[in-house]
Design a protein around this ligand. Sequence first.
Ligand SMILES: *[C@@H]1O[C@H](CO)[C@@H](O)[C@H](O)[C@H]1NC(C)=O
Ligand SMILES: *[C@@H]1O[C@H](CO)[C@@H](O)[C@H](O)[C@H]1NC(C)=O
Ligand SMILES: *[C@@H]1O[C@H](CO)[C@@H](O)[C@H](O)[C@H]1NC(C)=O
Ligand SMILES: *[C@@H]1O[C@H](CO)[C@@H](O)[C@H](O)[C@H]1NC(C)=O
Ligand SMILES: *[C@@H]1O[C@H](CO)[C@@H](O)[C@H](O)[C@H]1NC(C)=O
Ligand SMILES: *[C@@H]1O[C@H](CO)[C@@H](O)[C@H](O)[C@H]1NC(C)=O
Ligand SMILES: *[C@@H]1O[C@H](CO)[C@@H](O)[C@H](O)[C@H]1NC(C)=O
Ligand SMILES: *[C@@H]1O[C@H](CO)[C@@H](O)[C@H](O)[C@H]1NC(C)=O
Ligand SMILES: *[C@@H]1O[C@H](CO)[C@@H](O)[C@H](O)[C@H]1NC(C)=O
Length: 733
Amino acid sequence: MKTSFLLALIPAAAVVLALPNNYARQDAPSTVTLSTTAEPPRARARAAPPPLPPRPRRSCRARPTRPTAPPSWTATSSAWPAASGAATPTLRRTGRRGFTPSTTRGLVLLACPLSKQGKSGRQMGGHVGSRSFAALAGASPAPYGDKFSMPKCKGVEIQDLPIEHLQGLMTEGRLTSHDLVECYLARIKQTNKYICHKETHLQRSDINIHSSHTHSISELNPDALPIATTLDAERRRGRVRSPLHGIPFLVKDNLYTADVHNTSEGTLVLLGGRYAEGEATVVAKLRAAGGVLLGHATMSEAADHRALAEYASGYSSRTGQTRNPYNLTQSTAGSSSGSVVAVRINQAAVAVGTETYGSLVHPAAQLGLYTVKSTPGLLSRHGVVTGSYYHDTPGPLARSMRDVAVMLDIMHGPDPLDNLTYQAVGRYPFEGYTAQVANKSALRGMKLGLPWDPYWSTNAHMNSPGIRQAYEQRIQELEEAGAQIYNITNSPFTALANEYGAGQHSTVPPPFQHSTAFATLLAAGYAEWLRNWIFPEGDSRRDTLKTVADMAAWNAAHNATTGALGNGTWWWAPETGQSFYDAAAATNGTLGSAFWTAFGWGRTTARQAIDQAHVYITDNGTLLELDGLLVPNGRAGGYSSACAPMPSYAGYPIASAPVGLDGFSTPFALGVYGRQYGEAKLVRVASAMEDLFRWNEAPRWHNADTRQDRPWDAPWPGYTCSKESLARYACTK
Ligand SMILES: *[C@@H]1O[C@H](CO)[C@@H](O)[C@H](O)[C@H]1NC(C)=O
Ligand SMILES: *[C@@H]1O[C@H](CO)[C@@H](O)[C@H](O)[C@H]1NC(C)=O
Ligand SMILES: *[C@@H]1O[C@H](CO)[C@@H](O)[C@H](O)[C@H]1NC(C)=O
Ligand SMILES: *[C@@H]1O[C@H](CO)[C@@H](O)[C@H](O)[C@H]1NC(C)=O
Ligand SMILES: *[C@@H]1O[C@H](CO)[C@@H](O)[C@H](O)[C@H]1NC(C)=O
Ligand SMILES: *[C@@H]1O[C@H](CO)[C@@H](O)[C@H](O)[C@H]1NC(C)=O
Ligand SMILES: *[C@@H]1O[C@H](CO)[C@@H](O)[C@H](O)[C@H]1NC(C)=O
Ligand SMILES: *[C@@H]1O[C@H](CO)[C@@H](O)[C@H](O)[C@H]1NC(C)=O
Ligand SMILES: *[C@@H]1O[C@H](CO)[C@@H](O)[C@H](O)[C@H]1NC(C)=O
């Protein structure tokens, strides 16, 4: 979700209005929880364990010559600054369970006694362990019987299988890549009505919300089957390129691919053009590793960069509304909406999305998937419509952290076509990301921080019924598994994020608000993109589309299909226009002093805050480096966006792992902040949590027959507004 960042930049009053819509429309898991060794229950039942896959192909030319292990310093240092500018934090044991309010100031080590209860309730292969989780969503039977069930593939159960197991089936000769492509195409036909070569805007009347449409695919690659055939032949000759050999994947519609089918960022204005500089480097790498590009996934139009408020996350004028299979009146979040839906409902094995500000972590949470939004520069952005050069990154969206890691291994590395990638050279883990995947035993001694304010205290999502208790139980499970949880009560984020954890604090003066940076980079990014975006001879856009202002003008001129005037062409958000484009145009894309002031302040303060929160100083002066910072990742009507702003402003990584279902049957997650190029550690932390929690709730397609009327997109159950927020933020939704 890129949308919410705007909040920070618009004047406070306007922000208030924008917020309720933003997050709600952008966020997303049912997954097989894969540990290093454990097989998912379904796989166990069906397929013999496949042999170990071959080692990942090293796609990166410049490898570090030695391991880049994190510093293991724990020595005391009186010179080290306190973790907060204020009082020196102190370390105390609470002796209390969970989130019991405490008046203790300073950092608190939660040292709760092990509970035997918590463990006995957990079941493998389906339910989260606790009653409170199950109770939240209710244990209703699947409302549509087998209607949406994933059929077997040539007699083999492939639903939710991780890459490693799909690869094993091909190694054993039980399935070919061609089989997999056919089965995923059949699944797409089963669940999407508009899939193939959708060339024109779906008119309102086309969007038959009575049916089971999820609109997760914008266009299929017509060459997917021939590509699979070629890769199958290669395998028969004994060549297996990587763990991805023959595995079908999808990419978000803003990653340019050199296939017959279109890339258009979900827009009509870019539809029909081609990128002169060749396909996205990450796509080329996935292809070279043997991946089969199945097509493009839908996305929020322009990656949520077209309108600042009242836009529909998951909606684009090219493809219509993407809906959430957990509850079809609920949002997928965005902007990587189609990518997460497709992976969740087995339309592909894995997908690639992108993030400026929450666009991977929010939809991943809302669909129960795993992701790592990496430090911009770890993965090349060449060939990606880049709304924001210093913030954007592609990223994997998958049903397990291991699949995420496999994708990172293939996609990372320097690229002469993206200068920012050189910053990352020497920062990759020597053994790769897959080697970081851990089981729950890795939690023993792991140090995890809770930045209490504002993310765990006033964050609106936390006040929804059952949510706080659900997170409390997860934190307790982490402790029982041996993790040390540190309560960061003097959180440096308090002064930077607003009271809900979103955007920027209301005291940040306008020149320092990050919205200026985003708007400027959007204009600069489009100008750069359009220089290389070639329309066919005779297309009026060929010589006229040079800037974001030109795009806005074209959208206005084609308002009947683009909805650019905000008068009813967008499905359920009639006010949506193109205020973000307008704001971008107003900056002229000038990277001048106004830009550097806003960008520099936001980037510097967010980096300091994340670095600072990772350092914990005990009573006796011992320095501890935390392994990650845990933040809630769930919907709260736009007021809550703990996972978007700081990692975006800082350009630091964040991982997300699903932990539960809310009362409206949509998933929510735990986010893990890391430090610059700390992706290896995030893979370790998040995969250990995955093995511990074993969250695995399949979508039940609730409300698949719901009409277009509201309620649409109401977060569970709405959110609980504080008195103060009621007054200040018109928090009435
Ligand atoms: C963390 O500290 C705050 C402030 O002292 C307190 O209100 C909260 O209950 C503590 N959380 C936990 C989990 O101990
Ligand atoms: C790409 O979009 C253009 C414009 O809508 C359309 O003419 C063309 O057929 C599309 N290409 C494919 C392969 O669908
Ligand atoms: C990246 O490097 C190329 C070649 O050195 C240069 O032309 C280009 O301006 C650089 N781009 C950025 C964004 O720094
Ligand atoms: C978990 O990982 C550790 C360290 O790699 C390993 O020694 C142990 O056998 C694993 N446990 C299980 C249950 O796989
Ligand atoms: C809206 O579209 C109509 C044609 O559909 C066009 O005549 C009109 O000029 C457009 N409005 C604007 C403000 O561009
Ligand atoms: C939207 O409003 C403009 C200006 O009032 C009008 O020209 C256009 O036809 C309208 N479009 C639709 C689809 O109603
Ligand atoms: C953008 O360009 C216009 C026309 O040259 C100018 O009036 C305006 O001040 C510029 N805006 C910025 C933010 O530089
Ligand atoms: C300081 O405190 C930490 C944590 O309580 C403890 O592990 C360590 O042994 C102490 N160090 C000294 C020198 O007392
Ligand atoms: C689905 O979401 C709607 C609100 O959009 C809610 O009223 C309904 O109870 C939810 N359904 C389930 C089964 O949770």
